[in-house]
Design a protein around this ligand. Structure first.
Ligand code: FAD
Length: 400
């Protein structure tokens, strides 16, 4: 028998969890209610995460980063989300914005743009969605037209997380309108580039501390050496990015759900009705049991997907979609049940359960709605992409 902990986290991964939880308990959780109330970017969380190398932990060591693998990055995001969902958008969107560079960028481009993120002198946002191009992202209208040694970008990007706060933006734009998704390219745009501006922050249901704004591109000249990968390969890069980062949204959802479960358990032990703690009532125990069961199932699927992300396995597309969909549906159920466990108190701003319920909702929507995840999963299944484990099983065929 090997010494490897069978189907368990390594000591290193457990140590990452302990370290990030310490930072979050002390410096992130205390701000969660106030950033939700004020809608301000959680600068104190950013400062604390940056100081401990948790703001963009996935950046490889060769670019000055901490070099966290995909599973360790998920654990960081999960623990931050358990404390404050808005703050968890800091490590997760830094990964989303930089993943196109990691997947397709030249070494020179990576050196120029990953090093400042690793050094915490700027964050990265990801600009795919537009007012008329959400689930159908390939319907984007933002144009990039070659002009000498630059591309000139014009258009509007919508729903961009951390826009205005981030220094760097991965922008997807049409370079060949005849070819639809095969005519889209990816660029690095800087906040200070002439012609870049931002809309007012959206007024949202949840993750209120994470600014979401439109990004306006008005004759923005981007040097050709800031194109990520080859011309017209941007859409493939955008989709491959989401395969990896949907796993991080799953981790965020697991963290939000765990935070709600932890709070509900503590409350159920303390709150007395009929002369006994409400935790004594079997009706409530069954609800708590279901919550715990679902959170653990979501966590296991998320970590299995994280392993596939790290190895870049061929079935990552299925696993990323499945983990994101299952974990976000779980987060919505578990946070709603947490409000129920708290009764009337759960419905007020004086307790965190309703905030967690509002925060959970976005995980079912962004990086592709859960309807889109089911489309992605079905397509993968019908194409015969199966998990590596099941590849050894006898192949099923349709009945005659
Ligand atoms: C807070 C927030 C932050 C975000 N951050 C970013 C970001 O940083 N970068 C970025 O690029 N984008 C971001 N987004 C955009 C997000 O990814 C989109 O909102 C999402 O993909 C859905 O697009 P849509 O809003 O246009 O909805 P639509 O595409 O209009 O969908 C509306 C409804 O129709 C359903 N639907 C659509 N097509 C189908 C279909 N074929 N089959 C079945 N049902 C379908 C959807 O599931 C949904 O229920 C963010 C959004 C929000 C709200």
């Amino acid at each position: 028998m090997s010494d490897f902990p069978l189907y368990a986290l390594s000591e290193e991964h457990q140590a990452v969890r302990a370290a990030v939880r310490t930072v979050c308990d002390a410096k992130v959780a205390p701000n969660a209610a106030s950033v939700d109330e004020s809608g301000q970017f959680p600068q104190a969380s950013y400062d604390a995460l940056a100081a401990a190398d948790f703001a963009a932990p996935h950046i490889p060591e060769e670019y000055g980063g901490a070099g966290a693998d995909a599973l360790a990055t998920c654990i960081v995001i999960e623990e931050v989300a358990r404390a404050c969902a808005s703050s968890s958008l800091i490590p997760s969107v830094n990964k989303l914005g930089t993943m196109p560079l990691l997947l397709a960028g030249s070494d020179d481009l990576r050196k120029r743009y990953l090093a400042p993120v690793a050094a915490n002198s700027g964050m990265f946002s990801y600009c795919l969605s537009e007012p008329e191009a959400g689930s159908d992202a390939a319907a984007m209208k933002t144009r990039a037209v070659r002009d000498g040694d630059a591309y000139v970008l014009n258009g509007v990007k919508r729903w961009i997380t951390n826009a205005g706060v981030s220094q760097y933006y991965t922008v997807f734009a049409v370079t060949d309108p005849e070819r639809k998704q095969a005519g889209i390219s990816a660029f690095v745009v800087e906040k200070d580039d002439a012609g870049v501006s931002f809309g007012a922050p959206e007024k949202k249901l949840g993750i209120k501390g994470s600014p979401t704004r439109e990004v306006y591109l008005d004759d923005v000249r981007v040097p050709t050496d800031r194109m990520i990968g080859e011309e017209n390969t941007g859409f493939a890069t955008a989709m491959r990015t989401l395969d990896h980062t949907r796993v991080t949204i799953a981790a965020q959802a697991v963290g939000i759900a765990q935070g709600a479960l932890d709070y509900a358990l503590g409350y159920a032990r303390e709150r007395k009705q009929f002369g006994r703690p409400i935790a004594d009532f079997q009706g409530l125990q069954f609800m708590l049991a279901d919550m715990g069961m679902k959170v653990e199932a979501a966590r296991q699927l998320t970590y299995a997907a994280a392993g596939r992300s790290e190895r870049n396995d061929s079935d990552l597309t299925f696993f990323g979609a499945a983990a994101k969909c299952f974990a976000s549906d779980t987060a919505m159920q578990v946070t709603t049940d947490a409000v129920q466990v708290l009764g009337g108190y759960g419905y007020t701003h004086d307790y965190p359960a309703e905030r967690m319920m509002r925060d959970a909702k976005i995980t079912q929507i962004y990086e592709g709605t859960n309807q889109v995840q089911r489309i992605v999963m079905a397509r993968q299944l019908l194409q015969g992409v199966q998990s590596e484990l099941r590849q050894t099983a006898p192949r099923r065929t349709a009945p005659p």
